[in-house]
Design a protein around this ligand. Structure first.
Ligand SMILES: C[S@@+](CC[C@H](N)C(=O)[O-])C[C@H]1O[C@@H](n2cnc3c(N)ncnc32)[C@H](O)[C@@H]1O
Length: 449
């Protein structure tokens, strides 16, 4: 019990870091180390990710119950309330009285007698009147309703409705709140699929083969992936199938020269190297020099020796590489709306005005790095977002001004069960609600002048 109380307090501290200091939930969880039992880690993971995801809906609930405006409630107390409402609404295993008691205990420590009363009253009131809670009217203001009910900022909902339509947006928002499986990629330089599956199942881990990529395995009941021997020995890498598909579309070959220009932390760079059988050369660069060590550590762990890392702004031209690369991968910085299942705070960290500046960076990068592609060579542009203005619309704008590039079919490199109309036109849009993997965009271009 004592341990569980600590888990709640640590969760509170992490929520304050996420909401008030812009920290990322996955990085905070990774840094927890061995401080908590696997059971408590699982509890904290659900509590933190869940509270972050459902913040807007929870704040709406608080606003209906509280006489104090949500933004006037002291930060720790507000986050205690958020955790309490999340437990009452979503964590069936926590009895409601226990959720209230634990929140009251926390508010004693982080507030005063008034806050204890306040937290107690709001949570008990919510339990009593849970069923009579009224959400915004879905027939009057669809965007507002979707925003509150599924817990996304209204501007994101509006943008999505504009691009994807009403029904599709609702399905997308719903599934972007799901908990995704933990997907890993087998490192075939070091092990085989059967061998890895056997050693993981031998540890009580539930294993299911990937849906689209032969190198993908979905795992359940993993007690901390970084602690597994299989991880330490470099037999696997955590990677979603969408991200693997971008590399499948790039289709790297042994002894080629490949440029991955937005590469950190190197998930795709290292897959490229594995598919090249660790033969050839990979230029792997990122704007943020402090992230290069992640690529280098990953490469070392996986037994890869063909990667050269560089700190480089991909929007700045380097004449040295003009028409030198067999293939260039631009895994562009983007709004990230395709991966909100894994990084729920993305929705709170972006603003409407950010999209235009993101698009400007994407366009500068593609204009610059396309120059590195040799005659007949390949350029793959990918993002982890579903906004078409960052995806196919951006590619079409680029192609208008760059007649020496054309989109080419990707039917030959994708599995049958993923074939979509657009694949023959050289691109694919992936959605969690349709394809059951991260939302992604992948386009394949060839230099043809
Ligand atoms: C989507 S992430 C890349 C993920 C990576 N490809 C992987 O699979 O592990 C985009 C990366 O682009 C980097 N970035 C942002 N702006 C950049 C720029 N102007 N030039 C190069 N890299 C940039 C970010 O630091 C970030 O690491």
């Amino acid at each position: 019990m004592e341990k569980e109380a600590n888990a709640r307090e640590e969760s509170l501290k992490m929520l304050i870091k996420i909401f008030n200091e812009g920290s990322y939930s996955n990085i905070l969880m990774k840094n927890l180390g061995q401080k908590f039992t696997p059971l408590n880690r699982a509890f904290m993971t659900e509590l933190i990710y869940g509270t972050v995801k459902w913040k807007l809906r929870i704040d709406y609930i608080i606003s209906r119950l509280s006489s104090i405006k949500v933004d006037k409630i002291a930060r720790p107390i507000l986050n205690i309330l958020r955790m309490g409402i999340y437990q009452i609404d979503f964590m069936d295993k926590v009895p409601n009285p226990a959720a209230v008691d634990e929140c009251v205990k926390l508010s004693k420590k982080y507030g005063n007698a008034g806050s204890v009363k306040f937290v107690n009253a709001i949570l008990r009131n919510y339990i009593r009147n849970h069923d009579s809670l009224v959400f915004p009217d879905k027939t009057k203001d669809r965007a507002k309703y979707l925003s509150v009910f599924y817990s996304y900022p209204e501007w994101i909902v509006k943008r999505l409705i504009c691009e994807l339509g009403d029904e599709f947006t609702e399905a997308f928002l719903r599934s972007s709140n799901d908990v995704p499986p933990l997907t890993i990629r087998i490192n075939r330089l070091k092990t085989g699929k059967q061998r890895l599956i056997e050693s993981l199942t031998g540890k009580g881990i539930e294993v299911r083969e990937g849906k689209y990529v032969d190198d993908a395995i979905n795992l359940k009941n993993v007690p901390g992936i970084g602690n597994l021997d299989e991880f330490k020995k470099g037999f696997l890498t955590v990677q979603d199938e969408s991200s693997m598909l971008a590399v499948k579309v790039l289709d790297p070959k042994e002894n080629e020269f490949i440029m991955d220009v937005c590469a950190a932390p190197g998930t795709k760079t290292t897959y490229i190297a594995e598919l090249m059988n660790n033969k050839g050369k990979i230029y792997s660069a990122d704007l943020k020099g402090n992230k290069l060590s992640l690529i280098e550590e990953n490469a070392k762990r996986l037994g890869i020796g063909i990667i050269e890392t560089h700190t480089k702004d991909a929007a700045e031209y380097d004449l040295k590489y003009e028409k030198k690369a067999d293939r260039v991968l631009i895994d562009a910085p983007c709004s990230g709306f395709g991966i909100m299942r894994k990084k729920p705070e993305i929705r709170w960290n972006r603003e409407n005005d950010d999209i235009d500046s993101i698009k400007n960076v994407q366009m500068s990068i593609i204009k610059t790095c396309s120059k590195y592609v040799k005659q007949g060579g390949i350029l793959v542009y990918s993002t982890c977002t579903v906004l078409r203005e960052e995806n196919i619309e951006l590619i079409n704008l680029f192609l208008k001004e760059n007649r020496d590039f054309k989109l080419i079919s990707i039917c030959d490199v994708l599995p049958e069960n993923l074939m979509k109309e657009s694949c023959k036109d050289g691109y694919i849009e992936l959605y969690p609600n349709i394809d059951d993997i991260d939302g992604f965009f992948i386009a394949k271009l060839q230099r043809v002048d």
